[in-house]
Design a protein around this ligand. Sequence first.
Ligand code: ACO
Length: 317
Amino acid sequence: MSIRTGNSEGKITGWGMALGPETITNDDLASRMDTSNEWILERTGISERRIGGTTAGLAVEAGQTALEMAGCNAKDIDLLILATTTPDDQIPATSGMVQHQLGLQCGAMDINAACSGFVYSLVTGFGFLKLGYKKILIIGSETLSRFTDWEDRSTAILFGDGAGAVVIEAQEGDGYLRGWDLNCEGSLRDILYAEVGGTIVMAGKEVFRKAVLAMTESAKSSMTAAGLSPSDISYVIPHQANIRIIESSMKRLGIAKDRAVSVLHKTGNNSSASIPIALFEALNDGRIKSGDILLLVGFGAGMTSASAVVQWGEANE
Ligand code: ACO
């Protein structure tokens, strides 16, 4: 368990998202395997998911929207960080293709921390702002459908393809990272993995149990680092894996479940893209206001977990 204090000045100035082009409903899955809409909805909260595209292609779409919203020229971006656990190629990193297609003239790297990858990347990005970079593009992008066994009802019901992106910029004043926490319990590799060339293998119940514990512990650590308590949190932006994981974590944290942003009914689990997609949704529907305090928290294969407390200020708007 690691605890770090925040206070990195930086603001999120643009955000974007993209989803795979093809919609797969629960009924579509029920027509090809032994499951039902009712079972999937009740056990996961997912109604449909979107699949297709490439990790680089979805990342470019989300990144372009974020750059436009931030009013950034591609050449002004100092660094691209791409969170992905489903790269298009083994070598090179997918971030290189994204850098090229967006016309960026900067360093680019992939971070693989599975579904915690976006928060790992966000914290890394704030660190680079401290080192002197001014504008950083951070994207979570995944094509989990390529690593899903479409005959396996215990995993095929869960995953979808998508991307979410933010631009962060160095700034003075409010709108910043107040606390964060990154973890990995590497001994838990066997409960969730895909071998090279293989598909996702998961011990669902064990992952569920660990996920609730890891999300809760990490969220508490970030709040402690920020000097805040659950009552200070305006919205939780959790990893979108299973609505029951989200609700159990919220209960353990003592935060009302209507404070959790949820999009998984229409996206499924987009791994590292799920937190920025949920953030996008909450920003776009106007829920998040100046002064709000956001708790981003995720868990994933590794087994990783990560969280960040971000203050939303006028500077973000
Ligand atoms: N449709 C119908 N029945 C099913 C299905 C299905 N799709 N899947 C399993 N079942 C059956 C099982 O065979 C079992 O039947 P049995 O009682 O006759 O043996 C019964 O339903 C219960 O199965 P469980 O696995 O115990 O169901 P559970 O309530 O645990 O739900 C689920 C399964 C949804 C996978 C849940 O465990 C879960 O969400 N786990 C966490 C998954 C997760 O978050 N993964 C994150 C991945 S993050 C990353 O890094 C990619």
